[in-house]
Design a protein around this ligand. Structure first.
Ligand code: 13P
Length: 283
């Protein structure tokens, strides 16, 4: 069942859990996420960055989405993660993608609003939900790299204005999380998140969840986070399984077999994150 992101997140918001959004890169990682979600009956978001779309190919991505619709009966939402090019977003919306993030967070406040508003106006007739970011996370996410000194925390008062002037369906917040691996102990500004939640009534999104403890993520869910983005930990699990398999079977050459342990390792992480988010048996 493919669903729009706004309905999937609104259920999470009313029932105080979060939908995990997993970044996938190919058929194996996508199927691992979807099969685990089906087994645990967890609603799930499949997130694809611009470089993932160009790696998989737009038509193949849409084809995988159509196949998922026929194969699984849990709420699944395909989502564009960190897309910056408005024209690419429009093309993908026209192709049937139900949920998009326009990331204009590197622009100033007014320009961020203008770009996001353009996407929202385009998305509304298609029934597509739009996520945008206010503030800036540090770290590396595919082609996106932000130095720690350039990170900007979300201002709660500005968040209120941003949401009302753009008409977005969910807001990605910067409260100290970072994309990729944390250099030291991650410190989140939970008070700031609580202040944002007071000002803003739409679902909030936590980027950069790899490396955070379950307890910390659960604290953010108690304060309005309804979508938790996870990429790096999945990649690490997949490659660990693959590396181990190839070390144990140096003559392996059949991808139908040599991905086996990669899938197993990744599945474990996906299941743990679903439990962390409280999304198990919600689908
Ligand atoms: P991590 O790579 O830190 O899990 O972040 C994922 C993310 O926020 C994708 O948008």
């Amino acid at each position: 069942m493919i669903t729009s992101r706004s309905s999937i997140l609104l259920d999470a918001q009313s029932n105080s859990y979060a939908v995990p959004a997993f970044n996938v890169h190919n058929l194996e990682t996508m199927k691992t996420v979807l099969e685990t979600a089906q087994e645990l009956r967890s609603p799930v978001m499949i997130a694809a960055t611009p470089s993932t779309i160009s790696y998989i190919g737009q038509d193949f991505f849409i084809g995988m989405m159509e196949a998922a619709k026929k194969t699984y009966d849990i709420p699944i939402c395909f989502h564009l993660d960190h897309h910056e090019k408005v024209e690419d977003i429009k093309t993908l919306i026209k192709s049937g993608v139900p949920s998009v993030m326009i990331d204009a967070s590197h622009h100033d406040f007014e320009e961020n609003i203008r770009i996001v508003r353009e996407v929202v106006e385009y998305a509304i007739p298609f029934g597509v939900a739009v996520e945008a970011e206010l503030g800036r996370l540090s770290g590396v996410e595919d082609d996106l790299e932000v130095d720690e000194k350039d990170q900007i925390y979300t201002n709660p008062t500005q968040a209120k204005e941003f949401v009302s002037r753009t008409g977005i369906d969910s807001l990605a917040v910067a409260i100290g999380t970072a994309h990729g691996l944390y250099k030291g102990e991650p410190k989140l500004d939970i008070e700031r998140l609580a202040a944002i939640q007071k000002e803003v009534d739409i679902p909030l999104v936590l980027h950069g969840a790899s490396g955070l403890s379950d307890e910390l993520v659960q604290k953010t869910i108690e304060r309005g986070i309804c979508k938790v983005n996870i990429a790096t930990e999945l990649k690490m699990a997949f490659v660990k399984g693959l590396r181990g398999y190839l070390q144990d079977h140096p003559s392996a050459n059949d991808p139908r077999y040599y991905f086996k342990d990669a899938v197993k390792e990744m599945k474990r992480v996906v299941a743990d994150k679903m439990k962390m988010c409280g999304s198990v048996n919600r689908g």
